[in-house]
Design a protein around this ligand. Structure first.
Ligand SMILES: Cc1ncc(COP(=O)(O)O)c(C=O)c1O
Length: 449
């Protein structure tokens, strides 16, 4: 019954060890509720220990509630919650957005080196409760990186390190709610996960339409919201880039209305047809709250991101972050600071941009060959694109098309899922985490369905 060799265990510890084995067996369900255990004398004989060892172990587990000892009916296993249910932990929720970066090209050796150096350099004080806004060294590195790569005007004192853009959205909701403004504009179509964060934070989301030139600023001006979340560099999910005149009219809207533009710069490091357009924040640091993360450049599992907050809002956001979770983990922050300082981020992005472009090209070439009548929408950027089915009325909904595309091996979601007020049909396809050959094969299989 038990794989335990008590002969090797010092005498004074045999009862504890036996109790530990029995307890684990009850918890995992190997010993089910109601099972009758051998008499103490029998088990002691089997295990080659004195009877007292078994008696002490049974008494301990009876006192803890794992076993029941009744005169005349021996010792049985009690009903324990969770007993008999030894299942692996299920994944609670898959990510709702496509566009995962490639997992197998995560720069493990470089990250490990940076983490090791970062740990060695942390002072004892650094290991205490840190600044809610983030590790100063990381904020300095981010100021340099965001200025250089995204033309963001980001003095370190305006930077807040957060757990990805998801937390940035939640903090936006917390601060807006506290200021008594419960409504916020969101792009339609737009990110489901971000809307969920805003709504969970108590805001009501007002959909603002998007067209081929990005957010329709006229429609925003016609609404009554005073804050809006946008993805100007690469609209999610349509892939449009906010047109230059709309960038200016959006900033004008914010200044005229005393409003706030929340810029979600989620994948702007990857642009394949030209240099990425700089962040909107660089044009309007007074009215733009900028957010980004390593979720596309490195890995979403790191849960590391940043916000650049206009000066009048810095205190409110710092307090909201403190109220949420005190601050981000210091070792991850220090590792990222090292990763940026040593140029590892630049190297990784350069390498991955070549690979992602290859993957996108494979996907679009296969679509041109195997999906006649379909069109590819969106700028050559990021880690996803949109495929539109032929204009002739299709008997299949985009949900059915997405299911077929997934069955063929594509990371495809129905475009309709991201829409709020204006229905659209299409497939949002992530290509970052599949090799080019797999993408081509999957598109071919989808075309042959
Ligand atoms: C539109 C959009 N914004 C932001 C993110 C990144 O969110 P986070 O930084 O919380 O991982 C994603 C990830 O898929 C996204 O699709």
């Amino acid at each position: 019954m038990l794989e335990v060799d008590l002969a090797q265990v010092p005498r004074g510890h045999q009862a504890d060890r036996l109790a530990g084995e029995l307890r684990a067996s009850v918890r995992t369900g190997t010993l089910r509720s109601g099972t009758r255990l051998p008499a103490s004398r029998t088990l002691a004989g089997d295990l080659g220990v004195s009877r007292g060892v078994v008696v002490r172990a049974y008494e301990l587990l009876a006192a803890e509630g794992y076993l029941l000892s009744r005169q005349g009916s021996g010792t049985t296993v009690a009903a324990v919650a969770g007993g008999g249910e030894h299942r692996p932990v299920a994944r609670a929720r898959p990510a709702s957005n496509p566009g995962l970066p490639s997992g197998d090209t995560f720069p493990r050796p470089a990250w490990a080196r940076c983490a090791s150096r970062a740990l060695a350099a942390l002072t004892d004080d650094d290991l205490g409760y840190g600044d809610p806004a983030g590790l100063p060294r990381l904020r300095e590195e981010l100021a340099r990186y965001l200025g250089r790569v995204r033309s963001v005007l980001a003095p370190p004192e305006q930077i807040l390190v957060v757990n990805g853009f998801a937390q940035a959205s939640r903090l936006v909701a917390d601060v807006a709610r506290a200021s008594g403004d419960p409504r916020i504009g969101v792009e339609d179509p737009g990110s489901v996960g971000m809307r969920e964060q805003l709504e969970a934070g108590g805001l009501s989301c007002v959909p603002i339409p998007v067209d081929g030139r990005g957010l329709c600023v006229d429609a925003l001006a016609a609404s009554e919201v005073r804050a809006v979340v946008v993805t100007p560099a690469h609209q999610f999910p349509t892939g449009a880039v906010l047109a230059p005149e709309r960038r200016h009219s959006l900033l004008r809207w914010a200044r005229d209305r005393g409003g706030l533009v929340v810029e979600d710069d989620y994948d702007a490091e990857f642009r394949y047809d030209r240099t990425p357009v700089g962040a909107l924040q660089g044009l309007g640091p007074d009215v733009v709250l900028y957010g980004g993360s390593v979720s596309k450049t490195l890995a979403p599992g790191l849960r590391l991101g940043w916000m650049v907050v206009p000066p009048p809002l810095v205190t409110a956001y710092r307090e909201a972050k403190y109220a949420a979770d005190l601050s981000c983990g210091v070792l991850d922050q220090a590792s990222l600071a090292e990763f940026l300082a040593r140029g590892e981020m630049d190297r990784h992005i350069r390498r991955m941009a070549v690979e992602y472009r290859r993957r996108r090209d494979a996907l679009t070439a296969a679509a041109a060959t195997h999906l006649p009548g379909w069109s590819v929408a969106g700028t050559a950027a990021g880690l996803h694109l949109v495929l539109h089915p032929p204009a002739t009325p299709s008997p299949e909904s985009d949900s059915a098309l997405a299911a077929a595309a997934q069955a063929a091996g594509l990371d495809a979601r129905p475009l309709s899922r991201y829409c709020v007020a204006i229905p659209r049909q299409g497939l949002v396809v992530g290509y970052g985490h599949q090799p080019a050959a797999d993408l081509a094969r999957a598109v071919r299989a989808f075309g042959l369905r």
